[in-house]
Design a protein around this ligand. Structure first.
Ligand code: HEM
Length: 354
């Protein structure tokens, strides 16, 4: 008994510093009741670049240094596997590729990648152009009223997402997909309390309806003999694994909602920042108008040795804990990037040339 206590003390001593909050809820309420940046910056100032906390029912280790992020993502990636909170898994759909490893994940990742390969996207260009023109016309018709750029970019990326997933879709489906997806999106980051009336509960119900809508679209495609279509839905419907097994309707709809989700906010925020900085920086605007402007894939932004306390031994990360690199905190730390709040695309040039 005494021996075990000693062992437990040793284990506790090696955990990173930090606080675990209340039993079960941990520090979830603190995180949800303030700006997440303030929450993490406060912790970092108090405990350093590696700290523990307890969020959404999971004990976590947060990493706010490039070295620690590199440890879990690059040098020791084989010791970790990607996971999401159960509440998010339920919201997107448990068969979405993000939540899997192994063959199922590899196959679906290849399938999604091939549906968005340059040759596939090239065919979508006229459709995307029509969506862009319609968006521009709707902004022009507001009579000089301000528009909320991020909201507009979200509408735009949603419509492009729908086009690449389903091809040209009947208006009745489009409206219902939009309406329910919007409710899902609002509830995604809400506190996961599944009582009638909460944003989370509304999102779960909307998610159910989205699944039904995808089933109706599949049914119509089968009836009209349109299974040969080459959009993402077509690829998913025609998929067969090494054993000749096809995907179930749940697997298809979870992956469709998953891709829509992966593609919408990410693309909308990149478009919003692009618009802002092109507007703010005339030189940059001229540079991108230059026909020899080259789009480069940026290299890694992290460097350094392994997860370490700085001096002495490393920290213990118990099995089952979540480990989260805080990319935003790292990118905004003046220790790693000079004047981090200032937009300076050239800061990555050193990496892209390595
Ligand atoms: C600028 C826009 C985007 C950003 C910043 C972005 C960012 C990311 C990040 C950070 C990941 C996690 C990578 C990993 O854990 O390995 C990811 C995964 C993923 N993204 Fe994107 N993404 C963007 C656009 C898109 C679009 C347009 C699609 C739709 C086709 C998409 C589909 C996916 C999928 C399917 C995954 C999961 C990959 C996997 O689990 O293997 N993303 N994205």
């Amino acid at each position: 008994m005494r021996k075990r206590n000693k062992g437990q003390q040793k284990q506790r001593a090696m955990l990173p510093p930090g606080s675990m909050g209340w039993p079960c809820v941990g520090e979830t309420l603190q995180l949800y009741s303030q700006d997440p940046n303030d929450f993490f910056t406060h912790k970092q100032t108090r405990y350093g670049n590696i700290f523990k906390t307890h969020i959404l029912g999971c004990p976590c280790v947060m990493l706010a240094s490039p070295e620690a992020a590199r440890f879990v993502l690059v040098t020791h990636a084989h010791l970790f596997k990607p996971t999401y909170p159960k509440s998010k898994e339920k919201m997107i759909g448990p068969f979405a590729l993000f939540f899997h490893q192994g063959n199922y994940h590899t196959n679906l990742r290849k399938l999604v990648q091939s549906s968005f390969a340059p040759e596939a996207v090239r065919k979508l260009v006229p459709g995307i152009e029509a969506i862009a023109i319609s968006a521009l016309e709707s902004w022009a018709s507001t009579g000089g009223q301000a528009i909320h750029t991020f909201h507009e970019m979200k509408k735009f990326s949603f419509e492009v997402g729908i086009l690449s997933i389903f091809g040209h879709l009947d208006g009745k489906y489009m409206e219902e997909l939009k309406e329910n997806y919007c409710i899902l999106d609002k509830g995604y980051n809400s506190f996961p309390t599944n009582f009638p009336g909460t944003a989370y509960n509304k999102a779960i119900l909307a998610r159910r309806r989205l699944g039904e809508l995808v089933s109706e679209i599949i049914c119509e495609r089968r009836e009209k003999d349109l299974l040969v279509k080459k959009d993402l839905l077509g690829h998913l419907l025609n998929f067969k694994n090494e054993e000749g097994q096809t995907l179930s309707e749940d697997q298809i709809s979870d992956n469709i909602i998953g891709v829509l989700f992966a593609a919408q906010d990410t693309t909308a925020s990149v478009l919003t920042w692009i618009l802002k900085y092109l507007h703010d920086d005339q030189k940059l605007l001229e540079a991108v108008k230059d026909p020899i402007f080259e789009v480069r894939i940026l290299g890694p932004e992290m460097s350094g040795p392994s997860l370490d306390r700085g001096r002495g031994r490393g920290y213990l990360i118990p099995k089952g804990w979540k480990v989260m690199p805080l990319f935003r905190t790292i990118h905004h730390n003046p220790e790693f990037f000079v004047d981090p709040q200032n937009f300076d695309p050239s800061r990555f040039e050193v990496w892209s040339s390595i």
